[in-house]
Design a protein around this ligand. Structure first.
Ligand SMILES: NC(=O)c1ccc[n+]([C@@H]2O[C@H](COP(=O)([O-])OP(=O)(O)OC[C@H]3O[C@@H](n4cnc5c(N)ncnc54)[C@H](O)[C@@H]3O)[C@@H](O)[C@H]2O)c1
Length: 324
């Protein structure tokens, strides 16, 4: 079976993907500097703790392990922090990716799956959003990913680096069989924050109810992390089979408002969610919902989790078992 290098494999989405790759028989090597991730989320022996910026070490590892393709998750992910410290995001996410791509060139590896994001669409004019929409980020985090996507276009032309950019919408949920779930620090994502509020009784602040949506709260497309993992496997198989470069939305195509998520959490947990309604947060678009027909039709992807309740249930089981 092919050997895959996974950068950021000790993080949330990376660790779920590593688990699924191994379940399907792939050999996996992980590089993660543990700036955010958790060593315990990676199978023993697979983890190499160093940074994307160690280009020669990356190239040597790829050569020694005879890596066939790379899945590149390693990045910083907090939109709010990126607006306060843009250099940190352009350095780690954009320059760090360039270091990886140079190491891949040195090692002769020319297949890559890249973690992009719905944030590349900025304030979209069309919902659901097709991949043909204008790319125009509204924060440095999104821009750091736009830049990598553009670099990948040039590398495809100039040296045949084939890449699939998966533009994830809101990743959520857990794989409790694998003991894996969302453990960001600090946590900025809605579902774990709401579940933590239910457990602690301390209210969570929700960001605004004056958006141009039916109930005034932001609408997002919540996709289970295991469904994202299976999208990566479909993408890597596509590249290994000689498939072409492309960008694909990874979302379910169904949007839920913040208030609908709160109601679904109350249904799943049987408890009231303590919350305060705060003001809008800068840079939050009204709605982000994927048109994922390209991923479904071209790569044969089909999400297993098709209700918000099923996703929340998996995250709820994980939160109760991992009380901090
Ligand atoms: N979580 C989401 O909802 C979401 C949505 C869209 C896109 N994404 C993208 O998916 C990817 C993974 O997100 P996540 O939620 O799993 O984040 P995460 O923080 O849990 O995982 C990222 C991992 O990368 C590692 N890392 C960061 N910089 C590194 C470097 N320079 N060298 C080596 N390792 C480094 C961290 O230690 C961490 O383990 C990111 O690229 C993110 O931008 C996430």
């Amino acid at each position: 079976m092919p050997k895959i290098l996974v950068t950021g494999g000790a993080g949330y989405i990376g660790s779920h993907t590593v688990y699924q790759l191994q379940q399907q028989g792939f050999s996996v090597v992980v590089v993660d500097d543990l700036s955010k991730g958790h060593a315990a989320s990676v199978p023993a022996g697979a983890l190499h703790v160093f940074s994307l910026f160690e280009r020669e070490r990356l190239a040597a590892l790829m050569q020694a392990e005879k890596v066939d393709a790379v899945i590149h998750f390693a990045a910083f992910i907090a939109v709010g922090e990126s607006t306060r410290e843009p250099e940190k995001y352009f350095h780690n996410n954009t320059a760090g990716s360039i270091s990886l791509f140079s190491a891949m060139a040195d090692a002769g590896v020319n297949k890559l799956v890249f973690s992009s994001t719905a944030a590349v669409y900025g304030n979209p004019t069309q919902i659901p959003i097709p991949e043909s929409s204008t790319i125009s980020a509204v924060n440095p985090y999104g821009e750091s990913k736009v830049m990598v996507e553009k670099i990948l276009d040039w590398l495809d032309t100039s040296r045949g680096l084939r890449s699939i950019r998966l533009r994830y919408f809101n990743a959520c949920g857990a794989n409790n069989d694998a003991g894996l779930g969302e453990r960001h620090d600090p946590e900025t994502h809605l579902i774990p924050l709401i579940l933590k509020a239910v457990i602690s009784g301390k209210p969570v602040t929700l960001f605004g109810d004056d958006y141009a949506t039916p109930d005034g709260t932001c609408v997002r497309d919540y996709v289970h992390v295991d469904d994202l993992a299976s999208a990566h496997i479909a993408a890597v198989n596509h590249l290994l089979g000689g498939g072409a470069t492309g960008a694909y939305n990874a979302g379910t195509g169904r949007g839920y408002s913040v208030k609908e998520v709160v109601a679904a959490v109350e249904k799943v947990t049987g408890q009231k969610v303590p919350f305060l309604m705060g003001p809008r947060r800068e840079g939050d678009p009204d709605q982000l919902v994927a048109d994922s027909s390209r991923l479904r039709q071209t790569l044969g992807w089909k999400p297993r989790f098709d209700t918000i309740e099923a996703i929340i249930e998996s995250a709820w089981v994980f939160e109760k078992q991992n009380l901090t």
